[in-house]
Design a protein around this ligand. Structure first.
Ligand SMILES: Nc1ncnc2c1ncn2[C@@H]1O[C@H](COP(=O)(O)OP(=O)(O)OP(=O)(O)O)[C@@H](O)[C@H]1O
Ligand SMILES: [Mg+2]
Length: 429
């Protein structure tokens, strides 16, 4: 008997002191049970046990549940519970299937989905690295999508231990490290349901284009205008929603405009220019739990403004907001990393602000490239502060999603990359 066949959520196997019960449950009820148990972080068998126990304690049966189309459902209960339930069901003249359905329904009604915990200060994540093509835009989009996913739907997530394992494997056997090969390290979890704004802060407009939106026209309003203190309207009016069932109106994008190429020039005339991005985005914050800024591959004034926007605010816990650095598992990334962290450290010193690092994401990892990839990965892991919070493989789905201009997590929700983005979201949360 193997409990993990039924549910492999947390807590140790209890097969030895439980008995297997096979009955029937309609598919919709089984699905609701599965989702709610995951939302509340409890095993399905424990939820059924609680439901049956509560149902048996009632004075009479509850309202009849539609059990049409019920099919096989197996679970594990404490010894004797099913026998007691069977007697009570007989007394109440309900079938075992109806009694079980009522028990599960009762548990669902008394155990509602937990409220989503929203940060009191909107979290700001600045995705940066002045080295081009390392995957800043891909990570911005994937992370935002993962944070906005539906809290009532389960999606596969690679849990943190899998990352740790891959890293350890790369230490022990540099040739065998695979970040994403073991399906047993994948867990089905509900989406975080965050309200997310993605800010395309790069004049190349890559994020805007990849998500199928249009760059803002040159002669209209733009983030650059707002930062330069020359707005033509509300910045919020420029925002578009990335529509897809799984994001259900929670994933928004502030598109870029080519005028951002002139940002550094226009900022040079602005007072306290490092605060320009903050001033521009502040009116939007009330509508979002998380704002993610996709930085351009450069180290200019705009990078200063982005880093400053990610600084720790009064009353904010360390590590809630800050810089997320995307690197590639190859040696040439290391120099770029030094430059970037030097600039951020200088800004910290010059302006006397705290800018936290949220971690390093190693992207485009491919262990088949052998020693260069694995030893570089090890190099990133060895930095330790900040630590590696994400490892994303070099896989085709990302490029395909870009080609068809769809969010990766809608285009390939079960892909290893999507699974990795969800793991990253949970590391950053
Ligand atoms: N994990 C991945 N697997 C496969 N392809 C990837 C992955 N990450 C990014 N890419 C692809 O690599 C290219 C560069 O990625 P991306 O645009 O995200 O990098 P970037 O750092 O934002 O670049 P830039 O510095 O120009 O802004 C894109 O074509 C993207 O689709
Ligand atoms: Mg980019």
């Amino acid at each position: 008997m193997n409990v993990s066949m039924v549910s492999r959520m947390s807590s140790p196997a209890t097969s030895s002191d439980r008995e297997k019960v096979v009955s029937k449950l309609p598919g919709w009820l089984r699905q609701n049970l599965k989702v709610r148990a995951a939302q509340r972080g409890i095993e399905i068998q424990a939820a059924v046990e609680e439901g049956i126990s509560a149902w048996c304690d009632l004075a009479s049966a509850t309202a009849a549940v539609d059990t049409a189309g019920a099919d096989s459902f197996a679970t594990f209960l404490p010894p004797g519970q099913w026998e007691g339930f069977r007697r009570i069901a007989a007394d109440r003249r309900v079938s075992l299937i109806q009694g079980l359905a009522q028990s599960v329904q009762l548990w669902l009604e008394t155990h509602p989905a937990p409220d989503i915990e929203r940060p009191s200060i909107t979290r700001r994540i600045v995705v940066c690295n002045q080295k081009g093509g390392v995957g800043k835009t891909a990570i911005t989009a994937g992370l935002g999508e993962a944070l906005a996913e539906d809290p009532d739907t389960l999606q596969p997530v690679r849990v943190a231990k899998a990352l740790t394992k891959a890293l350890r494997a790369s230490e022990a056997h540099p040739d065998e490290a695979e970040p994403d090969d073991d399906p047993l390290d994948i867990e089905n979890l509900p989406g975080p349901g965050m309200r997310v704004l993605l800010v395309d802060f790069d004049p190349q407009c890559h994020l805007t284009n990849q998500l199928g939106a249009a760059p803002l026209p040159m002669n209209g309003d733009s983030l650059t205008n707002h930062m330069a203190g020359d707005p033509k309207g509300d910045l919020g009016d420029l925002i578009v929603s990335i529509d897809d069932d799984t994001f259900n109106g929670r994933l928004h994008l502030l598109p870029a405009c080519n005028d951002a190429f002139l940002l550094d020039v226009r900022l040079s005339a602005v007072r306290a220019r490092e605060a320009a991005l903050e001033r521009a985005l502040a009116p939007l914050e009330a509508d979002y739990d998380v704002i993610i800024v996709d930085c351009p591959p450069s180290l200019g004034l705009s990078m200063d403004a982005a880093a400053y926007y990610g600084r720790r605010r009064d009353g904010e816990t360390p590590g809630q907001s800050g810089a997320l650095i995307v690197v590639q598992a190859e040696d040439s990334s290391a120099d770029a990393y030094e430059l970037l962290t030097t600039q951020i450290d200088d800004l910290r010193g010059d302006l006397q602000v705290d800018i936290d690092y949220l971690g390093i994401v190693v992207n485009l990892y491919d262990s088949r490239r052998g020693y260069i990839a694995t030893s570089s990965l090890q190099g990133w892991v060895d930095i330790k502060d900040p630590r590696v919070v994400g490892l994303i493989g070099d896989l085709k789905e990302q490029k395909e999603a870009v080609r068809v201009k769809e969010p990766l997590l809608s285009y390939a929700p079960k892909s290893q990359q999507a699974v990795g983005m969800r793991a990253l979201a949970r590391e950053v949360l």
